[in-house]
Write a protein that binds this ligand. Structure first.
Ligand code: 5GP
Ligand code: SF4
Ligand code: MG
Length: 463
């Protein structure tokens, strides 16, 4: 998912809308904005893309100089309008809206406890649990209640709250998901507005200036008094999601000071050193494999070509929840360029193999277009473990690499060879020259889960 928050800018809902556009890659299932003019909250949510969810009249019905927005793809709780965000509620202490990127790992446990005490839930989303905890808190202020509630939740959250009087943005103590702070000062005579967004690419579009990433465990509060930074939680080791760099974030974003684009090129270059292929041409699976394919081709001195063309008028296949749509999606989305492929030995670079179904179709597509050999190279290690922190991976038994060696995966996807990046290579590529030697979650590759979670057979392991 992706979140945006704006405080102190006229027509905040318009800016939020644009910010959500720049975060569309983080979720295409639903989009929503809640705004306020200081008197009450105004909300609109819809299934589908940002551009379809909002029209000019809809945005005009979201007045005020403060707003939060959310784009969703379902991890906990499934899709549907009921689970769309921001969630907006009225409770004893006023009105509150919340937009969440991440997953609360202990939400089922907390929900069961709340239900036993009489709470009724509207949706199956993990975020609603948090709203109940806020409403039940005895703290005197919104900041106090939000802190109190978040202290009872575990897992991953980059989260924005809006009341009539304040914008609150929080990054969880491990800093799993990104969240950035910016300012907007393009209104003469007005003090600069405060902006938060999942990725800095959202700032670019609305003309805001990137200030910094929120630190793990940091809470930013913007209200009439100004902007302040709070530290409501105990300090924990930083565990930024390394997969944001591999796949999820936009290449033009910098996260924690590290360029996503540069990182992807390094992923490809290190992959070339670890798993070279003797081929005539290197092609990416667009769009997610483009930068790493450039790095791969560059390191080996082999021509980079566009052997697959992507239609930009369909969403990311993996975000659509049903298998039947997913199967159809690959052909809708990609078509081979015969002129590049015919009679060639081809290395095709993709970011990850999840179930293997996409790769299988792609390999077939390349062979049908005349490729003589197809060598699949993956710019991350084998995905062996599900993510419990806000990325939608299927269960372990659906992850092909959990039970198959690279040679067996090659057999399944019908490529001549398959080569993955090593975990060490992944870390080297992400760190590059940048700061922060440790501080990444790589659980989907290593099984080293930083925060425990409930599973069918007890609690997930902790490290
Ligand atoms: P597969 O057919 O192997 O399941 O899909 C792999 C493709 O899905 C890759 O091209 C990759 O870009 C994309 N993908 C990346 N991350 C994820 C994820 O977390 N979940 C799923 N289902 N697909 C992903
Ligand atoms: Fe990111 Fe993987 Fe960790 Fe999930 S398990 S937070 S996808 S690195
Ligand atoms: Mg892809």
């Amino acid at each position: 998912c992706g979140v945006v928050g704006i405080w102190g800018a006229p027509q905040a809902s318009n800016l939020t809308y644009l910010g959500l556009h720049a975060l569309q890659h983080r979720g295409q299932e639903s989009a929503g904005i809640v705004s306020s003019d200081g008197g009450r909250l105004f909300a609109h949510k819809s299934l589908g893309l940002v551009q379809d969810a909002f029209s000019q009249p809809v945005l005009e019905a979201l007045p005020g100089d403060r707003a939060i927005g959310h784009v969703r793809y379902s991890t906990a709780g499934g899709g549907g309008l009921k689970n769309a965000q921001p969630i907006a509620v009225d409770y004893a202490m006023g009105s509150l809206a919340v937009g969440h990127n991440g997953n609360f790992t202990n939400f089922e446990e907390v929900r069961t406890r709340l239900e036993a005490a009489g709470s009724i839930f509207n949706s199956s989303s993990d975020t609603e649990v948090l709203v109940h905890l806020i409403a039940r808190s005895r703290e005197a202020t919104t900041v106090g209640r939000v802190s109190d509630a978040l202290k009872q939740m575990q897992g991953a959250y980059s989260i924005v709250f809006l009341t009539t009087d304040e914008l609150i943005a929080v990054r969880d103590p491990h800093g799993f998901r990104p969240l950035c702070l910016g300012t907007l000062s393009s209104y003469p005579g007005l003090p600069g507005a405060t902006v938060v967004a999942s990725e800095p690419s959202a700032f670019e579009l609305i003309g805001a200036e990137y200030v910094r990433d929120l630190e793990p465990g940091e809470m930013i509060v913007a209200d009439r008094e100004g902007v302040r930074s709070l530290r409501p939680f105990e300090t924990r080791a930083q565990r930024m999601c390394i997969f944001e760099y591999v796949y999820f974030a936009r290449p033009d974003s910098k996260l924690n000071g590290i360029s996503v684009y540069d990182t992807r090129k390094r992923l490809g270059a290190i992959l070339a050193e670890e798993c070279p292929a003797d081929v005539d041409v290197v092609i990416p699976v667009p769009d997610s494999g483009v930068a790493s394919a450039l790095g791969y081709a560059g390191r080996l001195g082999i021509p980079f070509e566009l052997g697959l063309i992507r239609s930009h008028y369909v969403g990311r296949t993996f975000i659509e929840p049903s298998q039947s749509i997913r199967h159809f999606g690959v052909k809708l989305k990609l078509s081979p360029v015969r002129a590049v492929l015919e009679g060639k030995r081809v290395a095709v670079i993709d970011d990850s193999i999840v179930r293997g179904t996409t790769s299988r179709k792609i390999v077939k597509m390349l062979r049908d277009a005349g490729a003589k050999e197809v060598h699949l190279r993956i710019s991350s290690p084998p995905t062996r473990w599900p993510c419990y922190y806000g990325i939608d991976t299927p269960s372990r038994n659906e992850l092909i690499a959990a039970s198959h060696s690279p040679a067996e995966v090659a057999k399944y996807v019908t490529s001549d060879t398959v080569g993955y990046l090593s975990i060490d290579g992944l870390h080297r590529a992400v760190r590059g020259e940048g700061p922060g030697r440790q501080g990444f979650c790589d659980a989907c590759f290593s099984g080293d889960y930083p925060v425990p979670f409930a599973t069918e057979n007890g609690t997930g392991k902790r490290s």
